[in-house]
Design a protein around this ligand. Structure first.
Ligand code: BTN
Length: 332
């Protein structure tokens, strides 16, 4: 792993490097260099060009995440809330790493260039190719028990949209409880995992996966409509700048949630709500609820109107239904 990381950090500049130069910088034989290069393309989907007489180069410049650069660029407020920033080359899952790091201080952030078993909601896999997107988790500590945390995942999603909007990303929407959509396709997912007892202090791992430059070669493994930032922005964006701006929003937001709950996030949720007013199906473990989404309540529960009554739901997966008018149009 370390060898791969070293070779990739040399190739990251997108220039040609001869096999001999790489071998001498890395203290490897030329055949060992070749093996690493092959593994980059075959195992990690990083295309490397090999040109006789010139050497190897990446098909595109690659920006790797550097903890020092990110910490230096954080706002003073975010830096105050940061416990520790760890950048890893490859992890099973940043959420899993942080769940197991029992001594990690509150405000710890771990980001990985690659996840071998990225976790999505409802047991899904989060496709996490090397150096392509952002995969990171933050550790939030909360004094009240889990009952106070029902709106936290919505607050996290709102904070992500605020940060992306500040970076010039347009047309973002939120789909309850915490999907971030761009033009109705999933751009970013949030997965919260909790440790703690009823009524006691809680540690919450807030995992965020943001599609930045998803390679088509791995995209076939994604089982839902998806998009990435390269399709939403006129020019490429620095992953380090993105991560900095996300942490600038998220680290203070966790502290704000602890103090004031969901209230400071509600207006923005309602502004970016993709489902309010639309016919929806809410998929629950044992049944499906059909009705019209009304919005959310102050705790982040989903409100659905059906049969003239308003009901509130704290879990489930929304699927958007076609408008009844459309049914009529096809039926006629
Ligand atoms: C979803 O299914 O919408 C949630 C996806 C969450 C993915 C992120 S990537 C970083 C963190 N580590 C994981 O294993 N999952 C979350």
């Amino acid at each position: 792993m370390q060898r791969l990381r070293n070779i990739l950090s040399i190739l990251a500049d997108g220039r040609f490097h001869s096999g001999t130069a790489l071998a001498s910088r890395l203290g490897l034989s030329r055949s060992a260099v070749w093996k690493q290069i092959r593994s980059l393309s075959e195992q990690y989907n990083i295309p490397v060009q090999a040109v006789q007489g010139r050497g190897y180069r990446l098909s595109a410049v690659l920006e790797l995440l550097e903890a020092d650069n990110i910490i230096a660029a954080l706002s003073p407020e975010a830096r105050r809330h940061l416990g520790h920033l760890q950048i890893e080359w490859s992890l099973e899952s940043t959420n899993q790493w942080l769940m197991e790091a029992v001594d990690a201080p509150c405000g710890t952030v771990v980001a990985a260039e690659h996840q071998r078993q990225g976790r999505g909601r409802r047991g899904r896999t989060w496709v996490s190719p090397l150096g392509a997107n952002l995969y990171f988790s933050l550790l939030g500590c909360f004094q009240g028990g889990p009952a106070n945390l029902s709106g936290l995942s919505l607050a996290v999603a709102v904070s992500v949209v605020r940060a992306l909007t500040a970076q010039g990303v347009k047309d973002l929407e939120l789909k309850w409880p915490n999907d971030i959509l761009s033009r109705s396709k999933k751009l970013c997912g949030v997965l919260l995992e909790m440790q703690g007892e009823a009524g006691g202090p809680c540690r919450v791992v807030c995992g965020i996966g943001l599609n930045v430059n998803m390679p088509q070669t791995v995209a076939t493994d994604i089982d839902q409509p998806w998009t990435d930032l390269q399709h939403s922005l006129p020019r490429p964006i620095s992953r380090q700048r993105l991560l900095t701006s996300l942490l600038d929003e998220l680290l203070p937001a966790l502290a704000r949630y602890e103090q004031d709950g969901l209230t400071p996030f509600l207006d923005d949720w309602r502004r970016w709500d993709a489902v309010a007013g639309r016919p929806v199906q809410l998929l629950l473990p044992q049944r499906t609820v059909r009705g019209r989404a009304v919005g959310i309540d102050g705790q982040g529960n989903l409100l659905i109107e059906r049969g003239g009554r308003q009901e509130s739901y704290c879990s489930g997966e929304i699927s958007l239904r076609a408008e009844p008018e459309q049914y009529h149009a096809t039926a006629d």
